[in-house]
Write a protein that binds this ligand. Structure first.
Ligand SMILES: *Cc1c(COP(=O)(O)O)cnc(C)c1O
Length: 392
């Protein structure tokens, strides 16, 4: 397929919605199949392959399901190359260990996903890799944290659970100025709302378990960056054995086709609900980047094309009122994960952030009364009715 007309949907010139559907699809289609079938086979005939990495094997993330999915994800995030993994943590750990060695140091944002934080403090420190937290909203304080062996700066596009946004442009400038790499976990924003590579980040990571898959039925991760980066990360991932299964790859591939419409609807619902909560007498504070009251609202408007599906809020009545609300909800599911088509809600102090000592949690702004709401695709009127009756 060499002429341009045939490349529509398969080239970087096409728009994101088109790439979600057509990028990475085999050309020509396999036996004409419009949907890429699941290649549920762990081994493949070798013939005369030249190199080890040309052997097709599930653990090597190079079966037809992996290849198509990776090409789609690379185009959607606007990167040279993507590598899928068996979970977000498999992607994050392989990505970090592919560029860090014993003796290296990294700078990480002060409120990170719990699994990433535990990987750094428990596993990386055992391997002689050290880290320091930095205040992501105060770029003037970063320089003092650099060490001779600082290799990397690491942030999340929207933090969990308070939904703060780091000074993203400044992170990429700081990395370039000091010759270090910049990594970003873009799970909460998704490439629909924010494409970090366009801003100058080196590597984008996702827990595809969340919005990318969006149906709460798959655990997967992805890394996107240069060809050189994914080749190194591929070495680590294949040694650690963190491959994605072809059936899970198929489900994620299928889900990506509707990512744009899902995220657009979740953006809309979350903004509607955050406005409802903000004016409700029983609600003390609402954290949502789309609200004028959010501390990084201006930055979010400038860099993001949507504010995401996550809303956090605190009730006037404290922890007891929060527990009462959870017990009364009928449609919204009380569950700790996020990014699914169904709305779910959790109290981070009792779930995702439970292991952090209470005093530390309070200092981070994560009170016992804080609730984190992953807004789904139900009608906003029904979600508001459910919240209203539970708040009454
Ligand atoms: C869930 C999550 C992860 C970890 O992903 P898994 O797929 O559970 O391994 C990493 N980062 C963020 C922001 C997450 O929400």
């Amino acid at each position: 397929m060499s002429n341009d007309a045939n490349d529509i949907g398969r080239s970087k010139r096409s728009k994101l919605e088109t790439n979600l559907i057509h990028a990475g699809e085999p050309s020509p289609r396999i036996l004409g199949a419009v949907t890429l079938p699941i290649f549920q086979t762990s081994i493949y005939e070798t013939g005369n392959v030249a190199e080890y990495r040309d052997i097709r094997y599930i653990r090597l993330a190079n079966t037809p399901n992996h290849v198509a999915l990776q090409e789609k994800l690379a185009q959607v995030e606007g990167g040279q190359s993507a590598l899928v993994a068996g979970s977000g943590m498999a992607a994050i750990s392989s990505a970090l260990l592919s560029v860090l060695k014993s003796g290296d140091h990294i700078l990480v944002q002060d409120s990170l996903y719990g699994g990433t934080e535990a990987f750094l403090s428990e596993d990386c420190s055992e391997m002689g890799i050290s880290f320091d937290h930095f205040d992501a909203s105060n770029p003037d304080s970063w320089r003092a944290k650099l060490r001779p062996r600082t290799k990397l700066i690491y942030v999340e596009s929207i933090s969990n659970p308070l939904l703060r946004i780091p000074a993203l442009r400044e992170v990429t400038r700081f990395a370039k100025e000091h010759g270090i790499l910049s990594f970003i976990d873009n799970t909460f924003a998704t490439p629909i709302n924010f494409r970090p590579l366009e801003l100058g980040f080196d590597v984008v990571l996702h827990s595809a378990t969340k919005y990318l898959n969006g149906h709460s039925d798959v655990c997967a991760g992805v890394m996107i960056g240069t060809q050189d980066f994914t080749r190194k990360a591929w070495g680590k991932l294949s040694h650690f054995g963190g491959a994605l299964d072809p059936h899970a790859a198929y489900l994620l591939h299928r889900a990506l086709k509707t990512l744009k419409v899902r995220v657009a609807a979740q953006n809309h619902n979350a903004l509607t609900i955050s406005r409802f909560l903000e004016q409700h007498a029983a609600v003390r504070v609402v954290h949502y980047p789309g609200l004028e009251s959010h501390p990084q609202h201006v930055q979010a408007r400038e860099l993001f094309s949507g504010f995401g599906g996550m809303v956090a809020f605190e009730l006037q009545g404290g922890e007891e009122a929060a527990e009462r609300l959870l017990a009364r909800l009928r449609c919204i599911i009380v569950a700790p994960s996020l990014g699914g088509v169904e709305s779910s809600i959790t109290r981070p102090a009792a779930t995702s952030h439970y292991v952090i000592p209470k005093a530390e949690r309070d200092a981070m702004g994560i009170s016992g009364a804080l609730l984190r709401f992953s807004v789904g695709l139900e009608h906003a009127d029904d979600l508001i009715s459910d919240l209203s009756q539970a708040l009454a």
